[in-house]
Design a protein around this ligand. Structure first.
Ligand code: HEM
Ligand SMILES: *[C@@H]1O[C@H](CO)[C@@H](O)[C@H](O)[C@H]1NC(C)=O
Ligand SMILES: *[C@@H]1O[C@H](CO)[C@@H](O)[C@H](O)[C@H]1NC(C)=O
Ligand SMILES: *[C@@H]1O[C@H](CO)[C@@H](O)[C@H](O)[C@H]1NC(C)=O
Length: 542
C-alpha cells in the first residue's frame, strides 16, 4: 500500500528533522507559563499520526481537552500549535494581529504547484491583503505590485459583488436544468445514488457556469480527474512533503495539466479587447470569475503552469465543499419526510418564471427562507470540520496566556460547532441534526390584519461559535456563490422530482447495513463527504 509507506517515511522524516526543535523547546518550556498540552505517547509522532489516520479520534481528544480550558497546546508533527475555543477567544484570531499567509503559501506551492519564479512574488510581498499595507520593507510597493492585495481585490470583484453572483445563479441553473432534463419526464428511474449523482452532475453544471464548457469537451475524463485531485490539496498543503507524497503529486499534475491546456487555448482564442470581455458568460472563458483570475495572473506575468494550478485550486474551492454539503442536505431531507414537505412548500415562495417560461429560483429569496436556512446551517454545523489556522504577527494575549509573535493558533470548527451550551436544546443534543434548530416561531400580522405564526431564522451562536467559512480578511471568498449553489441545487431537485428513499449503499453501490457518516479519510478537508451513499428512485415531474 503506497500511501501507508509514505506515512511511515513521513513519520521518520518528521522524527529525524525534529530532534533539534525538541531540544530547543524543552529548554524554552521550563522558562514560561504555558497552556495545558494535548498529551502524546511518542513525542512529535502520535498526534500527527492520529490526525492523519484517525481524525475522528484526534478531534474527540481535542474536544475533551478544550472542555476544561479555552486554550491548549498541541504538537502536530513539526508544529507547536495553540488550539483555541470560545466565542470571544476565537474572534481574536480573525483580527489583523493574525495572518493566514504562511498557510496560503503552502497551498499555492504544494497543492497548486506554482513555479518558484511565480511564488517569489508572494514571498517578496509582506504588505498583506488589506488596502493599507502592513508596516515593513514592502510597505512602499506600488499598489498593482501588491500580490496579496490585488488577489483579494480580484476575489471581491469576481466572487463577492452582486453581479457575478447573479450571473452564476443564472448560468448554474441553466446548466443544471439541462442535466436534470436528461431524465425522462413522468417515468420512475431506479438506482439513483444521490451523492454520486451530485458529484458528476453538479460538477458538470458548475464547471460550465464558471469556466465554460471547453475544459470538459477537451477532457472526457474531467469529472473523474477532478474527484481524484480533490482529495490532494489538504494532504499536499498540510501533510507530508511533496517528495514523499508522489502519488498525490502525480494526480495534482494530471489535473493541473488539464487546466493549463484549457487555459492556453482559451487565452489564445479570446479577444481580450472585444465585447465578450464584459459578458457575464461566454463559451470561451465562461464567467467573469475565470476572466478575472486569468487577467490578474497575467498582470504578474505568471507562467501557464502556475495559472493552470490557480484554476485547479479555483475548481477545488468551487466543488469540493458545496457538493458534499448538498449531499448531506438531501440525505437529511429524504430521511425526514415531514421536514422534506415543509421545505418543499417553503421553496415554492422563491420560484420565478423567466422568458422561456421555465420556472427558476430567485437565489436571494432562497437564502432568506427560514427553514431552508436552518437546515443548511445545521448541515454546515455538523459536517464542516476544519482547523482554521493563523500565525500571529505580534505578541498576543489569548485567554490569559501571552503567545509570542509567530505562534500558530488553530480554531477547530468542530469544537465550536458541537458545543452543547451554545447549540444544545432539550431533546436535541448538539451532536444531532435537527432541522428546526435555527428557527423560532413568531406572531405577526399578515396583509389582511390577521395574526399568523411564522418562522424566523435566528442564530444562537456568534462569529466565534459558527465559522464554516473561516473569518476575518481570509474568510472564504466564495461563500455567497456557495450559498447560492447549495440552495439552488437542492431546490431544483426537490421541486422537479418525486424522490423515494430505497436503501443505504456503500460508495461502490453495494448494500450497506448502516447510514452514512463523515468519511474519516478527509482530515481537515473542510466539508466532510459522506462515507455511504443513499440509493433512491425518482420521477421527474417537469
Ligand atoms: C460550503 C462551501 C464552502 C465552504 C464550507 C468553504 C470554506 C472555506 C474556508 C474554511 C476557507 C478558509 C477561510 C479562513 O481561513 O478563514 C475558504 C477559503 C476560500 N474559499 Fe471557500 N468554501 C466553500 C465554497 C467555496 C466556493 C464555492 C468558492 C469559489 C467559488 C470558494 C473559494 C474560496 C477562496 C478563493 C478562498 C481563499 C480566500 C482567501 O484566502 O482570501 N469557496 N473557504
Ligand atoms: C448525471 O448523473 C447520472 C446518474 O448518476 C449519470 O448517469 C450521468 O452520467 C451524470 N451526468 C454527468 C454529466 O456526469
Ligand atoms: C514580545 O515578547 C517577547 C518575549 O516573548 C519580548 O522579548 C518582546 O520584546 C515582545 N515584543 C513586543 C513588541 O512587545
Ligand atoms: C476566553 O478565555 C477566557 C480566559 O481568559 C475565558 O474566561 C473565557 O470564558 C473564554 N471565552 C469564551 C467565550 O469561552
Amino acid at each position: 500500500m503506497p500511501e501507508f509507506t509514505s506515512i511511515i517515511l513521513g513519520v521518520l522524516f518528521l522524527v529525524l528533522s525534529l530532534v533539534t526543535t525538541f531540544l530547543n523547546k524543552q529548554n524554552h518550556e521550563k522558562r514560561s507559563q504555558q497552556p495545558p498540552r494535548l498529551g502524546e505517547t511518542i513525542p512529535y509522532v502520535s498526534n500527527i499520526w492520529q490526525y492523519m489516520t484517525n481524525n475522528r479520534l484526534f478531534m474527540t481528544r481535542v474536544r475533551q481537552i478544550l472542555k476544561d480550558t479555552p486554550i491548549a497546546q498541541c504538537q502536530l508533527g513539526p508544529m507547536n500549535t495553540y488550539l483555541v475555543t470560545g466565542n470571544s477567544n476565537v474572534s481574536l484570531i480573525f483580527r489583523s494581529s493574525f495572518t493566514s499567509e504562511p498557510w496560503i503559501l503552502r497551498i499555492l506551492e504544494n497543492a497548486g504547484g506554482y513555479t518558484s519564479t511565480d511564488m517569489a512574488h508572494y514571498y517578496a510581498d509582506g504588505s498583506g491583503a488589506t488596502s493599507r499595507p502592513r508596516r515593513g520593507p514592502s510597505e512602499l510597493l506600488p499598489p498593482e505590485k501588491r500580490i496579496w492585495h490585488t488577489s483579494h481585490r480580484m476575489h471581491d470583484d469576481t466572487l463577492i459583488h452582486a453581479r457575478p453572483i447573479n450571473a452564476f445563479a443564472t448560468s448554474f441553473q441553466g446548466f443544471f436544468a439541462q442535466e436534470l432534463e436528461a431524465f425522462p419526464a413522468d417515468e420512475w428511474v431506479e438506482n439513483i445514488q444521490i451523492f454520486s449523482f451530485l458529484k458528476s452532475n453538479m460538477t458538470a453544471a458548475a464547471t460550465r457556469a464558471v469556466v465554460g464548457p471547453r475544459i470538459m469537451d477537451q477532457n472526457p475524463d474531467f469529472i473523474d480527474a477532478f474527484w481524484q485531485y480533490e482529495k490532494t490539496p489538504a494532504t499536499l498543503a498540510f501533510g507530508l512533503p511533496p517528495w514523499i507524497n508522489r502519488r498525490a503529486v502525480r494526480i495534482r499534475d494530471r489535473f493541473g495539466a488539464m487546466c493549463r491546456e484549457w487555459y492556453e487555448l482559451a487565452d489564445r482564442d479570446f479577444d481580450w479587447t472585444g465585447p465578450d470581455r464584459q459578458a457575464d458568460w461566454e463559451p470561451n472563458f465562461g464567467s467573469q470569475v475565470s476572466k478575472g483570475l486569468a487577467l490578474w495572473a497575467k498582470s504578474f506575468a505568471f507562467s501557464s503552469q502556475s495559472i493552470g494550478g490557480a484554476f485547479a485550486l479555483l475548481l477545488s474551492g468551487l466543488h469540493s465543499n458545496v457538493i458534499p454539503i448538498c449531499g448531506w442536505v438531501m440525505f437529511e431531507l429524504l430521511q425526514n419526510p415531514e421536514l422534506y414537505l415543509a421545505v418543499k412548500e417553503e421553496i415554492s415562495e422563491a420560484e420565478i418564471t423567466n422568458q422561456a417560461s421555465k420556472v427558476y429560483f430567485d437565489h436571494q429569496k432562497l437564502t432568506s427562507l427560514p427553514l431552508l436556512q436552518s437546515v443548511f446551517t445545521e448541515v454546515m454545523r455538523l459536517h464542516v470540520s476544519v482547523l482554521i489556522t493563523r500565525t500571529s504577527t505580534e505578541n498576543i494575549t489569548i485567554a490569559g496566556y501571552t503567545l509570542p509573535k509567530g505562534s500558530i493558533v488553530q480554531a477547530p470548527t468542530e469544537v465550536a460547532h458541537l458545543d452543547e451550551s451554545t447549540w444544545g436544546k432539550p431533546g436535541h443534543p448538539a451532536s444531532e441534526f435537527w432541522g428546526y434548530r435555527h428557527v423560532k416561531e413568531i406572531e405577526t400580522t399578515d396583509e389582511t390584519g390577521n395574526v399568523v405564526n411564522k418562522l424566523e431564522f435566528f442564530m444562537s451562536g456568534k462569529t466565534g461559535s459558527f465559522f464554516p467559512y473561516g473569518g476575518g480578511i481570509s474568510i472564504c471568498a466564495g461563500r455567497f456563490i456557495a450559498n447560492a449553489e447549495v440552495l439552488l441545487a437542492v431546490s431544483m431537485l426537490i421541486s422537479r422530482f418525486d424522490i423515494e428513499f430505497v436503501e443505504w449503499v456503500k460508495l461502490d453501490g453495494s448494500f450497506s447495513e448502516r447510514a452514512a457518516i463523515d468519511d474519516i479519510r478527509y482530515a481537515n478537508a473542510v466539508a466532510k463527504p459522506p462515507d455511504r451513499d443513499m440509493k433512491v428512485r425518482w420521477r421527474r415531474l417537469w
